[in-house]
Design a protein around this ligand. Structure first.
Ligand SMILES: Cc1cc2nc3c(=O)[nH]c(=O)nc-3n(C[C@H](O)[C@H](O)[C@H](O)COP(=O)(O)O)c2cc1C
Length: 178
């Protein structure tokens, strides 16, 4: 069974990460959730802690229980880093090598495969800056699944930008691990 780091960033779709954490845990994987501060505005860490059966990492300043920084330990042990949902901001941080929080630091520190599942307003996704960041991350070896090309967005727009359906993300993760 795999050690999976589930990154969650600040999108209205963040609550869907709860189903991903629960399903991967039921599959028998060791699941560790890493949330951005913004993500905690959308879903409480406590929910993800309960469903993943592991403490949730939010702040680099929380890591005072061990000589080895928790985010580096997780980065070393990971078989897969999957970011669901990935915000435009977190994608930009990854693409530019910025490390303001545990999630972005883990992206830099791990050598595990990285799967990014974006969710955002369609105009944010289509913006040349976001597309440049996505292209850079693909060149750097990251894998993308989504966003969905159709559907009603929480911001009121219809079209591209939604998180891919949870069952399809789970299928994609299971195939990536096989
Ligand atoms: C109600 C609401 C919903 C949002 N949904 C998204 C979203 O789906 N995708 C996105 O990229 N940003 C979204 N944002 C903006 C991000 O939360 C914001 O850019 C934040 O700085 C992201 O930080 P993070 O990448 O560290 O999580 C939303 C903001 C609000 C207030």
């Amino acid at each position: 069974m795999a050690t999976i780091l589930l990154g969650i960033s600040g999108s209205i779709a963040a609550y869907k990460a709860a189903d991903i954490a629960s399903a991967l845990n039921k599959d028998g994987h060791e699941v560790h959730c890493v949330m951005t501060k913004s993500a905690t505005e959308f879903i409480p860490p406590f929910t993800l802690q309960t469903l993943s059966r592991n403490p949730v990492l939010v702040s680099l300043q929380d890591e005072k229980n061990s000589w080895k920084p928790g985010h580096i330990d997780l980065a070393d042990r990971a078989d897969l880093l999957v970011v669901v949902p990935a915000s435009a901001n977190t994608i930009a941080n990854f693409a530019n090598g910025l490390a303001p929080d545990p999630l972005c630091s883990i992206y830099l520190a791990t050598r595990a495969k990285t799967l990014i599942c974006p969710a955002m307003n369609g105009k944010m996704w289509d913006h040349v800056a976001t597309q440049r960041n996505v292209a850079q991350l693909k060149l750097d070896g990251a894998d993308f699944f989504g966003p969905d090309s159709n559907g009603m967005l929480a911001c009121g727009y219809e079209g591209k930008g939604r998180l891919m359906p949870v069952d399809e993300i789970l299928d994609y993760i299971r195939k990536s691990l096989a």
